[in-house]
Structure formats: C-alpha cells, structure tokens
Ligand binder design. Sequence first.
Ligand code: ARG
Length: 652
Amino acid sequence: MHPLAVIREQLSPLFQEYVEDPTPFLEMVRPAQDTKFGDFQANFAMPLAKKLGKNPRELADEFVEKLQLEGICESVNVAGPGFINFKFNSEWLISRLGEMQQDERLSIPKAEKPETIIVDYSAPNVAKPMHVGHLRSTVIGNTICRILNFLGHQVYGDNHLGDWGTQFGMIIFGYKNFLNEESFKQASVQELARLYKLVNQLSEYHQLVAKVPELKSKIEATAQQLTDLEVKIDPKDKQQRKALGKLKNDLASLKENLLSAEEKIAVVNGSPELAAQANAHPDIARLAREETAKLHKGDVENLKLWNQFLPLCIAAIEEVYERLDVKFDMILGESYFQPFLGNVVSDLERKGLAQESQGAICVFHEGNEAPFIVQKTDGAYTYATTDLATIKYRVEELKADSILYVVDARQGEHFKLLFETADKWGFDKIDLRHISFGTVLGDDKKPFKTRSGDTVGLESLIDESIQRARQIVDAGDDSKPNPELDNATRQEVAELVGIGAIKYADLRHNRESDYVFNWTKMLATTGDTATYIQYAYARIGGIFREVGADRSELRSDTATVVFTHEAERALGLQLIRFAETIESVVSDYRPNILTAYLFETANSFTAFYGHCHVKNEQDPAIKLSRLVLCDLTARVFQQGLELLGIQTTDKM
Ligand code: ARG
C-alpha cells in the first residue's frame, strides 16, 4: 500500500464516532507543503472540530492517540491550530522501495473489480481534415485508455466518427459540381478536402451576405441605446451602470462579427473564380443539405459516392493516428447506428418518454426548457438519437459498465440530456460520464487559427513540432549534437520529442481549462515539458552506460537502498508515490496529475543528482543504493510517459 493509503486506512475507522461519511475529511490528508514538518499533513481537525463544536487541537490529539503507526511512521505530531504531521520511518520507506524494485508494475495494483469501460474519444467529423480541435479529445482519451488498461480493466477505445453528417452532403454537392478529375485521381483525399472547404465557404458566403444588413441595423440600434443611456445615466445607479457595460460589450461583439463577416465576403469577392462560383450557386447551402437528405433516404448514387469517399477519409485520419501512436479498439461511426434509430424513437414513444411537439419528437426533462430532440420535423433523426442507439449497443453487445465521453465542454448540455434520457429509458445501471475539456487557444486568446484564419491542420502541427524538436536535438547540450547519435537516430529522437511535446503540453493543463498553444514553452528543455523528462530519462541511460551496471541486478533483493542524504530520502518517497498518483488520476480522469507528478519526480531526481555522487561514489553499498534509485526513477519516467502515450529513448 502506498503511504497516503496507509494513513487513510488508519484514520478511516476513527471517524466513525464523529461523522457518517469520512471521505471529504480523508481527502484533507495531503503531501506536506513544507517537508520540515513531515511527509504528509492532515488538515481535517479544524473543519471537523467546527462541525462538532470542539477544540480542534484537542480533537487532533484524540486522533493521534488512537493511531497505530508504529514501525510505519517515525513521528506523528499535532502542530498549530490542529494540523497533524506524519513523518514516515525511513526503514519502512526503504522496504516499499524494495517491493517496487522487484515489481514490474512498480507497485501499482490492478483494479480490485475490473470493469468494462468504453472510452468514446477523438470522433472527428470525417470528410474534413483533422485539425487542432481534435487534439485534446484524442490525446486525453488515449491516455485514459492506456491507464485503465494498465489497471486491468476491459477497455474499448471507440472512435465514434461523425461519418454520416451534413459534411458528406457538401462533398457530394462539390463532387457533382466542382470536381477536378485530375486532382481526384492523383490525391483523392486532398481533392475531397478542397471540395468540402469550397462548398462550405460558398454556403457561408451567401449566409453572411444576407446577415450583413441585419448586423448593421443591430449595431445602429445598440449604438443608439448606448448614447441614450449615457446621456441620462445616474452614475450612482448600479443597475444602470451594469446595463451600460452590457450594451458596450454587445456593441463590441456585434462589430467584431460584422468585421469578420466582411472579411470572409471580401475573400470570395476578391477572387474572380470564387465570385463566379458563388454567383452561379446562390442556393448552395440548401442544395448541399438536400444531398445529405438524399443520402439518408438511401439514394443509390449518393450512397455509392459515400461508400467510395468514406474509406478514403478514414485512411487519411488513420495516418494521423499512427503518427500520434493512437490505436482504437473499434471505430463504430454514426453511420453504423442508422438502422437502429427508428426503433429507438418508437421505443421511447411506447414507454411514454418521447412525444410530439411542433412536429418534432422530443424527450422533455424537468428543469430543462430545451427538449432532447430525437426526430426532427422533416423526419430526420439526430445526433441525439444516434447517441442513444450507441448506448444501447454498448450496454447490450459490449456489456459496458461505464462509458466515458471525452468531448469538448461545449457539448455539456447535450450529454446532460443524453444521460438523463438514457437513465429514464432503462439504462440506469451504467455509469455515464462526460469527460469535458476546454479549447486550445492562440496567442490572441482566441481559438488557435493560422494567420489566414483557417483552423490549424493536425498534420502540419505535428510536422512543425518534429522540425522544431530536430533543431533542439541538433543543438545538443552545447550547440553541437550528441556525438553518440547519427543522423537517422537524431531524426527518430526528434520525432518522439516533437510528438511528446504536443501531447504533454495538452495533458499538463487541467482538462477543463482552455490553454494557449506555445511552441517555446512546450519544447523547453527545462520546465514542465515532456522534453525535460525525456532528457532526464536519457541522462540516467548515460549514467548506466558509463558505470556499466547490470540493471537486472538492481531489481533483485540483493540491492537495497540506504538513505545517507536528505535528497535520497526525498526522491525515494517521491518514487513510492507513483501508485497514489495513478489512483488519483483515475478518480476523476485528470492526466495533469500524472504530468505534475513526473515533473516533480524529475526535479527530485535533479536535486538528488546534484547532491549525491553516483559514478564516483567510493562506498560500494551507497553506490549500489544510488544506482537502484536511478533505475527506479528511469522506470517511473518510462512507465509514466508511456501511460501518457509518450516515448522515451536512452540517448538524446
Ligand atoms: N463527432 C462529434 C463532434 O465532432 C463528437 C462525437 C463525440 N461522441 C459522441 N458519442 N457524441 O462534435
């Protein structure tokens, strides 16, 4: 058991006489901020004493008296208003390190009750190339799969592709009207992507042209309201000041919308070819939608085209997944579930859950104005219907105990309604969870775009990262490449550094926050980056090459750790905390807990390596102990990064 679990296990029954559920109090046992006082600190005595109307210090003393940590903790003290400080016995820590050395799993236990867990992630809408918006779901979802697999669960990583949506209508329309046959023969996917972009651009053009006068009159009206209010405002009136602020904001965002609309319109008008195409197809948006509708109704020609396009689109995204080292257990896109949708709706109706409202079939939920629409007025099924059919399939065919949806925070409302509907529909035993995440932003704090305003393609992002990593590898430690590496190896290293940097930069942020994409920060060789940890790993590889030690011997019980310096003990304790880290990552699916742990471990290692000789240590027992610590550190880095989908190398 890891140190924190030992403390919690001891504390847990002691709460019995005070509270029903000790969980929130047990969560108040944490690693100590200041290691002067101990290794862990418990802060629950203050809130608990308040609740019970007791003296917190006395309460803390009561707990400490009853604890039985002889042989485990060297000291347990109460400090200040009632903090309990735990300091572990070094011998006890050393035995835990001994167990870890000999355990392939580095003391991370398998789940007591393995479950069948579906991780629904990545899920791009195919037919358009993958872009930076797909990065987060792909990287976070893949990490969750890797960790759950490692814990012994039955995991199905499922790529729920958007392969049946309106984008296919756009491509089909493009194919029928704007195809360049030569390009299609040579590079079909690129040609399809061009067609998608073109049809999208022309549809948007007409919508924007129609919207501009409306925007202008709204701007005029808002500006007028603003002046009126400014004239009569009473500066002491809070309500009025608030209204003024709101008007100013509204005006600014309306102006921004107008500007962006005008820019997009100008792009089309500025190109004779685009302008001619736009003029020739004023109704393009409706016609593209009709192509989608025809496809959905089983139109032979459109189905044939769809069947021809889909494999091409999938092959294109698979190239990206391969570069990212992401493998799915299944790819069951939206199209797979189409045959089941009619039954979903009729079943919901039969059970009295769905009813007609303004021509659409809807499920209403109390406290929610917006209904969950499962069939539209024109008879079409929706994203929601597909998701319901998918839940049924996953429960009945895959025997899922839980489904994790790694999807953008903007779909929060959809999942809330989906989960409520599924629950009422009879799928109330399955644990459904939206693992939501924020947006990748550019320097301007807006969604990350290229200079021309396009979304950033994932392929080109990967290329650039590898290129930049190559410069770092070529620069080596002192402006020349590591002489141990030939050209081909340097390229391999650049690839794992470049890919690692992108993944790590994404994973290290709290998934719910937005983050700013920054090349310099994410490829820094010191700091909270994959590169830093990969370098630390390679440095340990270098130590072993120089010493010529037999690493398998370091994993047997003939090699023991001794603490002769505070830095050795600190590193040892940090290493033992690997199991605690993984446990807390999965408790709320937060990979940033693992990156933070690896970063701290790299810092502990750097401190240890700065204070303690390894190669030149004269005392053979101390040298052996330090080599064991090096070996364990390297294994924690390798295993930790692998769980994040990031590779390591012995030489950099
Ligand atoms: N294709 C969807 C999108 O791009 C994401 C799908 C997420 N998964 C799901 N089961 N709804 O927005």
